[in-house]
Design a protein. Structure first.
Length: 329
Protein backbone atom coordinates (compact mmCIF):
# COMPACT_ATOMS: atom_id res chain seq x y z
CA UNK A 1 0.00 0.00 0.00
CA UNK A 2 1.29 3.45 -0.87
CA UNK A 3 1.65 5.98 1.95
CA UNK A 4 0.32 8.88 -0.12
CA UNK A 5 -2.67 8.70 -2.40
CA UNK A 6 -1.96 9.51 -6.03
CA UNK A 7 -4.36 11.85 -7.79
CA UNK A 8 -4.93 10.58 -11.31
CA UNK A 9 -6.00 12.37 -14.46
CA UNK A 10 -7.33 10.40 -17.41
CA UNK A 11 -6.50 11.63 -20.93
CA UNK A 12 -9.45 10.56 -23.06
CA UNK A 13 -12.78 8.82 -22.57
CA UNK A 14 -11.76 5.39 -23.80
CA UNK A 15 -13.62 2.13 -23.32
CA UNK A 16 -10.63 0.42 -21.68
CA UNK A 17 -10.33 3.28 -19.23
CA UNK A 18 -14.00 3.26 -18.35
CA UNK A 19 -14.33 -0.53 -18.26
CA UNK A 20 -11.15 -1.51 -16.46
CA UNK A 21 -8.46 1.05 -15.55
CA UNK A 22 -10.64 3.64 -13.81
CA UNK A 23 -12.46 1.01 -11.70
CA UNK A 24 -9.06 -0.52 -10.93
CA UNK A 25 -7.72 2.78 -9.60
CA UNK A 26 -10.92 3.42 -7.66
CA UNK A 27 -10.64 -0.03 -6.11
CA UNK A 28 -7.15 0.71 -4.84
CA UNK A 29 -6.21 2.41 -1.60
CA UNK A 30 -3.29 4.12 -3.31
CA UNK A 31 -5.06 6.38 -5.79
CA UNK A 32 -8.10 8.42 -6.69
CA UNK A 33 -9.37 9.44 -10.10
CA UNK A 34 -9.50 13.22 -9.78
CA UNK A 35 -10.04 14.39 -13.36
CA UNK A 36 -10.79 13.30 -16.91
CA UNK A 37 -10.29 15.13 -20.18
CA UNK A 38 -11.80 14.89 -23.64
CA UNK A 39 -11.46 16.98 -26.76
CA UNK A 40 -15.11 17.97 -26.35
CA UNK A 41 -16.52 19.58 -23.21
CA UNK A 42 -19.84 17.75 -23.39
CA UNK A 43 -18.21 14.33 -23.51
CA UNK A 44 -15.83 15.16 -20.69
CA UNK A 45 -18.65 16.38 -18.45
CA UNK A 46 -20.95 13.47 -19.27
CA UNK A 47 -18.24 10.90 -18.60
CA UNK A 48 -17.11 12.61 -15.40
CA UNK A 49 -20.65 12.76 -14.06
CA UNK A 50 -21.43 9.14 -14.95
CA UNK A 51 -18.17 7.83 -13.46
CA UNK A 52 -18.28 10.19 -10.47
CA UNK A 53 -15.02 11.94 -11.34
CA UNK A 54 -14.75 15.38 -9.70
CA UNK A 55 -13.20 17.37 -12.56
CA UNK A 56 -13.85 17.43 -16.30
CA UNK A 57 -11.62 19.18 -18.83
CA UNK A 58 -12.35 19.96 -22.47
CA UNK A 59 -8.71 19.58 -23.49
CA UNK A 60 -5.78 17.40 -22.51
CA UNK A 61 -3.63 20.50 -22.06
CA UNK A 62 -5.99 21.85 -19.42
CA UNK A 63 -5.78 18.66 -17.40
CA UNK A 64 -1.98 18.68 -17.59
CA UNK A 65 -2.02 22.25 -16.26
CA UNK A 66 -3.86 21.15 -13.11
CA UNK A 67 -1.31 21.29 -10.28
CA UNK A 68 -3.35 18.86 -8.18
CA UNK A 69 -2.88 16.00 -10.65
CA UNK A 70 0.08 13.73 -9.84
CA UNK A 71 -0.16 11.18 -12.65
CA UNK A 72 -1.96 10.61 -15.92
CA UNK A 73 -3.21 7.49 -17.64
CA UNK A 74 -2.97 7.65 -21.45
CA UNK A 75 -5.39 5.33 -23.30
CA UNK A 76 -5.34 7.35 -26.54
CA UNK A 77 -4.84 5.78 -29.99
CA UNK A 78 -1.33 4.38 -30.34
CA UNK A 79 0.05 7.15 -32.55
CA UNK A 80 -0.68 9.70 -29.80
CA UNK A 81 1.16 7.89 -27.00
CA UNK A 82 4.52 9.53 -27.54
CA UNK A 83 3.14 13.05 -28.05
CA UNK A 84 1.13 13.10 -24.85
CA UNK A 85 3.70 11.27 -22.78
CA UNK A 86 6.25 13.92 -23.70
CA UNK A 87 3.78 16.69 -22.87
CA UNK A 88 2.85 15.03 -19.58
CA UNK A 89 6.52 14.67 -18.61
CA UNK A 90 7.11 18.33 -19.43
CA UNK A 91 4.19 19.18 -17.14
CA UNK A 92 5.75 17.11 -14.35
CA UNK A 93 3.15 14.33 -14.42
CA UNK A 94 3.94 10.66 -13.93
CA UNK A 95 2.68 8.53 -16.84
CA UNK A 96 0.93 5.19 -17.14
CA UNK A 97 0.68 4.63 -20.88
CA UNK A 98 -1.52 2.03 -22.51
CA UNK A 99 0.16 -0.72 -24.50
CA UNK A 100 1.81 -0.68 -26.94
CA UNK A 101 3.73 2.16 -25.37
CA UNK A 102 4.62 3.57 -28.80
CA UNK A 103 4.72 2.82 -32.51
CA UNK A 104 8.43 1.95 -32.52
CA UNK A 105 11.26 1.17 -30.15
CA UNK A 106 12.83 4.51 -31.09
CA UNK A 107 9.70 6.34 -29.93
CA UNK A 108 9.64 4.33 -26.71
CA UNK A 109 13.29 5.19 -26.06
CA UNK A 110 12.56 8.87 -26.56
CA UNK A 111 9.65 8.67 -24.10
CA UNK A 112 11.75 6.87 -21.50
CA UNK A 113 14.53 9.43 -21.79
CA UNK A 114 12.12 12.37 -21.52
CA UNK A 115 10.50 10.96 -18.39
CA UNK A 116 13.87 10.26 -16.81
CA UNK A 117 15.01 13.84 -17.48
CA UNK A 118 11.78 15.17 -15.99
CA UNK A 119 12.07 12.93 -12.95
CA UNK A 120 8.71 11.27 -13.50
CA UNK A 121 7.69 7.62 -13.51
CA UNK A 122 6.80 5.99 -16.84
CA UNK A 123 5.12 2.59 -17.03
CA UNK A 124 3.51 0.56 -19.81
CA UNK A 125 0.04 -0.72 -18.92
CA UNK A 126 0.56 -4.49 -19.11
CA UNK A 127 -1.61 -5.17 -16.08
CA UNK A 128 -1.56 -8.98 -16.39
CA UNK A 129 2.12 -9.16 -15.36
CA UNK A 130 1.32 -7.86 -11.87
CA UNK A 131 -0.64 -10.97 -10.88
CA UNK A 132 1.50 -13.21 -8.62
CA UNK A 133 0.81 -16.25 -10.79
CA UNK A 134 3.51 -15.10 -13.20
CA UNK A 135 6.08 -15.03 -10.43
CA UNK A 136 4.84 -18.51 -9.51
CA UNK A 137 5.36 -19.65 -13.11
CA UNK A 138 8.91 -18.30 -13.11
CA UNK A 139 9.59 -20.13 -9.83
CA UNK A 140 8.21 -23.40 -11.23
CA UNK A 141 10.43 -23.16 -14.30
CA UNK A 142 13.50 -22.34 -12.18
CA UNK A 143 12.74 -25.26 -9.85
CA UNK A 144 12.67 -27.70 -12.77
CA UNK A 145 9.00 -28.60 -12.33
CA UNK A 146 8.70 -29.09 -16.09
CA UNK A 147 12.28 -30.10 -16.75
CA UNK A 148 14.29 -28.09 -19.23
CA UNK A 149 12.42 -25.35 -21.09
CA UNK A 150 11.79 -26.29 -24.71
CA UNK A 151 9.26 -23.81 -26.07
CA UNK A 152 6.40 -21.39 -25.48
CA UNK A 153 3.15 -20.96 -27.37
CA UNK A 154 0.90 -17.96 -26.88
CA UNK A 155 -2.38 -16.80 -28.39
CA UNK A 156 -4.62 -13.77 -28.21
CA UNK A 157 -7.49 -13.48 -30.67
CA UNK A 158 -10.95 -11.97 -30.87
CA UNK A 159 -13.41 -11.15 -33.63
CA UNK A 160 -14.07 -7.44 -33.95
CA UNK A 161 -13.99 -7.28 -37.72
CA UNK A 162 -17.59 -6.14 -38.14
CA UNK A 163 -16.96 -2.70 -36.63
CA UNK A 164 -15.24 -1.07 -39.59
CA UNK A 165 -14.92 2.29 -37.78
CA UNK A 166 -12.72 0.84 -35.02
CA UNK A 167 -9.52 2.85 -34.44
CA UNK A 168 -7.64 -0.46 -34.47
CA UNK A 169 -8.20 -0.55 -38.22
CA UNK A 170 -6.45 2.76 -38.96
CA UNK A 171 -2.96 1.93 -40.15
CA UNK A 172 -1.58 5.42 -39.61
CA UNK A 173 -2.76 5.35 -35.99
CA UNK A 174 -0.92 2.14 -35.15
CA UNK A 175 -3.73 -0.23 -35.95
CA UNK A 176 -3.39 -3.98 -36.36
CA UNK A 177 -3.36 -7.14 -34.29
CA UNK A 178 0.36 -7.24 -33.48
CA UNK A 179 0.21 -3.78 -31.91
CA UNK A 180 -3.10 -4.43 -30.18
CA UNK A 181 -2.75 -7.96 -28.78
CA UNK A 182 0.35 -9.63 -30.22
CA UNK A 183 2.28 -7.57 -27.69
CA UNK A 184 0.86 -9.80 -24.94
CA UNK A 185 2.38 -13.18 -25.86
CA UNK A 186 5.60 -11.41 -26.85
CA UNK A 187 5.89 -9.75 -23.45
CA UNK A 188 4.84 -12.95 -21.66
CA UNK A 189 7.56 -14.99 -23.34
CA UNK A 190 10.17 -12.41 -22.42
CA UNK A 191 8.85 -12.42 -18.86
CA UNK A 192 8.86 -16.16 -18.23
CA UNK A 193 12.23 -16.78 -19.91
CA UNK A 194 13.97 -13.69 -18.57
CA UNK A 195 15.68 -13.48 -21.98
CA UNK A 196 15.65 -11.17 -24.98
CA UNK A 197 14.92 -12.55 -28.47
CA UNK A 198 17.50 -12.86 -31.21
CA UNK A 199 15.22 -12.97 -34.28
CA UNK A 200 11.61 -12.96 -35.40
CA UNK A 201 9.62 -14.26 -38.35
CA UNK A 202 6.01 -13.28 -38.81
CA UNK A 203 3.28 -13.74 -41.42
CA UNK A 204 0.08 -11.73 -41.48
CA UNK A 205 -3.28 -11.25 -43.15
CA UNK A 206 -3.43 -7.60 -44.23
CA UNK A 207 -7.09 -6.82 -44.91
CA UNK A 208 -8.12 -4.18 -47.49
CA UNK A 209 -11.51 -4.13 -45.76
CA UNK A 210 -9.85 -2.93 -42.56
CA UNK A 211 -7.41 -0.26 -43.64
CA UNK A 212 -4.78 -2.81 -44.70
CA UNK A 213 -3.85 -3.50 -41.08
CA UNK A 214 -2.80 -6.98 -39.97
CA UNK A 215 -6.06 -8.62 -38.91
CA UNK A 216 -4.31 -11.92 -38.13
CA UNK A 217 -0.65 -12.68 -37.57
CA UNK A 218 1.40 -15.75 -36.71
CA UNK A 219 4.96 -15.55 -35.53
CA UNK A 220 8.12 -17.31 -34.44
CA UNK A 221 10.30 -15.43 -31.97
CA UNK A 222 13.72 -16.99 -31.38
CA UNK A 223 15.30 -16.78 -27.94
CA UNK A 224 18.81 -17.85 -26.90
CA UNK A 225 19.41 -21.50 -25.99
CA UNK A 226 17.28 -22.64 -28.95
CA UNK A 227 14.01 -21.82 -27.18
CA UNK A 228 11.30 -20.15 -29.26
CA UNK A 229 7.92 -18.53 -28.85
CA UNK A 230 5.30 -19.41 -31.41
CA UNK A 231 2.31 -17.12 -31.27
CA UNK A 232 -0.75 -15.98 -33.12
CA UNK A 233 -2.86 -12.90 -32.65
CA UNK A 234 -5.91 -11.72 -34.48
CA UNK A 235 -8.87 -9.37 -34.54
CA UNK A 236 -10.83 -11.53 -37.00
CA UNK A 237 -10.89 -14.91 -35.26
CA UNK A 238 -12.54 -16.80 -32.41
CA UNK A 239 -11.68 -15.50 -28.92
CA UNK A 240 -8.84 -17.08 -26.97
CA UNK A 241 -5.98 -15.87 -24.78
CA UNK A 242 -3.70 -18.72 -23.77
CA UNK A 243 -0.12 -19.45 -22.85
CA UNK A 244 1.62 -22.85 -22.80
CA UNK A 245 5.13 -23.32 -21.48
CA UNK A 246 6.62 -26.64 -22.57
CA UNK A 247 9.43 -28.50 -20.87
CA UNK A 248 11.13 -31.87 -21.24
CA UNK A 249 9.11 -33.49 -18.44
CA UNK A 250 6.00 -31.35 -18.18
CA UNK A 251 4.22 -28.20 -19.20
CA UNK A 252 2.46 -25.23 -17.64
CA UNK A 253 -0.88 -24.27 -19.14
CA UNK A 254 -2.42 -20.84 -18.61
CA UNK A 255 -5.94 -21.12 -20.09
CA UNK A 256 -6.67 -17.40 -19.60
CA UNK A 257 -3.27 -15.81 -19.78
CA UNK A 258 -4.08 -12.11 -19.87
CA UNK A 259 -7.75 -11.61 -19.01
CA UNK A 260 -10.30 -13.86 -17.32
CA UNK A 261 -9.87 -16.66 -14.74
CA UNK A 262 -6.45 -16.68 -13.12
CA UNK A 263 -5.66 -20.33 -12.27
CA UNK A 264 -2.83 -22.23 -13.96
CA UNK A 265 -2.46 -25.94 -14.69
CA UNK A 266 0.69 -28.00 -14.19
CA UNK A 267 0.99 -31.12 -16.31
CA UNK A 268 3.85 -33.23 -14.90
CA UNK A 269 4.63 -36.72 -13.64
CA UNK A 270 1.61 -38.11 -15.46
CA UNK A 271 -0.80 -35.83 -13.61
CA UNK A 272 -2.60 -32.58 -14.30
CA UNK A 273 -2.96 -30.30 -11.30
CA UNK A 274 -4.92 -27.07 -11.35
CA UNK A 275 -3.20 -24.57 -9.12
CA UNK A 276 -5.64 -22.17 -7.52
CA UNK A 277 -4.43 -18.60 -7.72
CA UNK A 278 -5.94 -15.68 -5.80
CA UNK A 279 -8.61 -13.80 -7.74
CA UNK A 280 -7.19 -10.29 -7.97
CA UNK A 281 -7.98 -7.18 -9.95
CA UNK A 282 -4.79 -6.73 -11.97
CA UNK A 283 -5.70 -3.12 -12.77
CA UNK A 284 -5.74 -2.39 -9.04
CA UNK A 285 -2.41 -4.19 -8.63
CA UNK A 286 -1.07 -2.02 -11.45
CA UNK A 287 -2.26 1.20 -9.78
CA UNK A 288 -0.75 0.18 -6.44
CA UNK A 289 2.62 -0.77 -7.95
CA UNK A 290 2.70 2.52 -9.85
CA UNK A 291 1.87 4.50 -6.69
CA UNK A 292 4.66 2.83 -4.73
CA UNK A 293 7.11 3.87 -7.46
CA UNK A 294 5.80 7.44 -7.49
CA UNK A 295 6.13 7.63 -3.71
CA UNK A 296 9.66 6.22 -3.81
CA UNK A 297 8.65 3.16 -1.77
CA UNK A 298 9.62 0.54 -4.37
CA UNK A 299 10.95 0.49 -7.93
CA UNK A 300 8.59 -0.22 -10.80
CA UNK A 301 8.24 -3.98 -11.35
CA UNK A 302 9.01 -3.29 -15.02
CA UNK A 303 11.20 -0.32 -15.89
CA UNK A 304 10.61 1.80 -19.02
CA UNK A 305 13.50 0.01 -20.75
CA UNK A 306 11.41 -3.16 -20.68
CA UNK A 307 8.87 -1.39 -22.89
CA UNK A 308 11.64 -0.36 -25.27
CA UNK A 309 12.85 -3.95 -25.51
CA UNK A 310 9.32 -5.23 -26.13
CA UNK A 311 8.88 -2.71 -28.93
CA UNK A 312 12.10 -3.94 -30.54
CA UNK A 313 10.43 -7.34 -30.96
CA UNK A 314 7.22 -5.75 -32.23
CA UNK A 315 9.24 -3.75 -34.75
CA UNK A 316 10.89 -6.96 -35.96
CA UNK A 317 7.59 -8.85 -36.24
CA UNK A 318 5.94 -6.10 -38.26
CA UNK A 319 8.97 -5.72 -40.52
CA UNK A 320 9.02 -9.48 -41.06
CA UNK A 321 5.29 -9.57 -41.87
CA UNK A 322 5.62 -6.79 -44.44
CA UNK A 323 8.77 -8.16 -46.06
CA UNK A 324 8.07 -11.88 -45.58
CA UNK A 325 11.55 -12.38 -44.17
CA UNK A 326 13.33 -13.40 -40.98
CA UNK A 327 14.50 -10.32 -39.05
CA UNK A 328 17.37 -10.40 -36.61
CA UNK A 329 17.36 -8.19 -33.53
Amino acid sequence: MASRQIKWGILGCSSIGERAVIPGIKGSESGVVAAIASRTEAKAKETAERLEIPKAYSSYEALLADDEIDAVYIPLPNHLHMEWTLKAAEAGKHVLCEKPIALTAAEAERMAEACERAGVVLAEAFMYRLHPRYEKIREMIAAGDIGELRGIHGTFTFNGAANKSNVRFVKEWGGGSVYDIGVYPISAARLVTGLEPEAATCRALFSPEHGDVDMMASGLVEFPNDVSLTFDCGMWAEFRNTLEILGTTGRIEVPSAYIGPQNIILHAKGQSTELEMPTLNTYTLQADAFARAVNGEAPLPFAPQDAVLNMRVVDACLKSAREKARVTL
